[in-house]
Ligand binder design. Structure first.
Ligand code: NAD
Length: 312
């Protein structure tokens, strides 16, 4: 009989591809690095597409995919997919929200430690032949106040680990019950501006929504405690990037670590790449979910759920 045609456009874990390869009712194409036009030309031939965050499924592509029944996202964020357009065309969008929680959590801890201890800068200085111990004096996490914005899957796991570092933890998340915060030994606060004025380290773990877009803007940054650190492993658009770079430049932020950017890949003239603030900025190229374990999990979960949708 007819087979479901599935297109995979990005590098996903083998476990998901194996699920498709072993399914008797699936014909799989893996096509990485397609241009926008190539993708649009191919889309009509597919019942399902599996992507990560690098494939934008906007209205134009959703219309091009006239046989599409399901869009799978091997990961959490679906901000690269036009959900209203998909729903208007009767296309089901599925993601794999829990598969990369721990990977993103551990990168958050890595970047938090990296920025307060200047790890990347110290490493590259040594690579350049220097032995400069005094330049890289940092600060300890122990005893510091951590504000977690968004106490969901990742935020909660970050809370557990920050507790092991003896941080005092407060969280801002208007959508979770008090009980959840209590069980994590976290004090839930309802005023974001007040909270940022108290925190030594602020870490962001919300989705990118209309409400969170530019949540950390120039005004909010002025409310921060002087010399605080900011960590973002959630989504780029949540912070106003020019305003953050300026706050680092003026020393209002002691440091900023981010894995995500409002436009990816990062432009060559991006404010975070400015030479004069390089000492206090830690940037990683959206690698939060890049562990073998997470890639395998999200790919497996997404593929399984896509098949469930297709088979009805
Ligand atoms: P989640 O849905 O489990 O948690 C998000 C939390 O944010 C929820 O508790 C929600 O109530 C809260 N929230 C929503 N709007 C808010 C607002 N206006 N103010 C405060 N809190 C708000 O999601 P998650 O799995 O923990 O993922 C968190 C973020 O991390 C997402 O943006 C996701 O895309 C991102 N992420 C990034 C990477 C990476 O590679 N860097 C990997 C995985 C996830």
């Amino acid at each position: 009989g007819n087979k479901w045609k599935i297109l995979v456009t990005e590098k996903v874990g083998e476990s998901g591809l194996d699920i498709f390869r072993n399914a008797p009712d699936v014909e799989l194409d893996v096509e990485m690095g397609l241009t926008e036009d190539e993708l649009i030309a191919k889309l009509p031939g597919y019942d399902g597409i599996l992507t990560r965050s690098g494939t934008t499924m906007d209205e134009k592509k959703i219309e091009a995919g006239r046989n599409l029944k399901v869009i799978g996202r091997a990961g959490v964020g679906v901000d690269n997919i036009d959900l209203p357009a998909a729903s208007r065309h009767g296309i089901i969008v599925i993601n794999a929200p829990s598969g990369n929680t721990l990977a993103a959590t551990e990168l958050t801890m890595a970047n938090m430690l990296a920025v307060v201890r200047h790890v990347p800068q110290a490493c590259s200085s040594l690579h350049r032949g220097k032995w400069d111990r005094n330049r890289f004096t940092g600060c300890q996490l122990s005893g510091r106040k951590l504000l977690i914005i968004g106490l969901g899957r990742i935020g909660s796991e970050v809370a557990k680990r920050a507790r092991a570092f003896d941080m005092e933890i407060i969280a801002y998340d208007p959508y979770i019950p008090q009980k959840k915060a209590e069980s994590l030994h976290v004090e839930l606060v309802s005023d974001l501006e007040g909270a940022v004025s108290l925190a030594d380290v602020v870490t962001i773990h919300t989705p990118l929504t209309e409400e969170t877009s530019n949540m950390i803007d120039a005004d909010m940054l002025r409310a921060f405690k002087h010399g605080a650190y900011l960590v973002n492993c959630a989504r780029g658009g949540i912070v106003d990037e020019a305003a953050v770079a300026e706050a680092v430049r003026e020393g209002r932020l002691s440091g900023f670590a981010t894995d995500v950017f409002s436009a990816e890949p990062l432009a060559k003239d991006h404010p975070f790449l400015a030479e004069d603030i390089a000492e206090r900025i830690v940037i990683t190229p959206h690698i939060g979910a890049n562990t073998l374990e997470a890639q395998s999990e999200v790919s497996r979960i997404a593929a399984q759920n896509m098949l469930m949708v297709l088979r009805g």
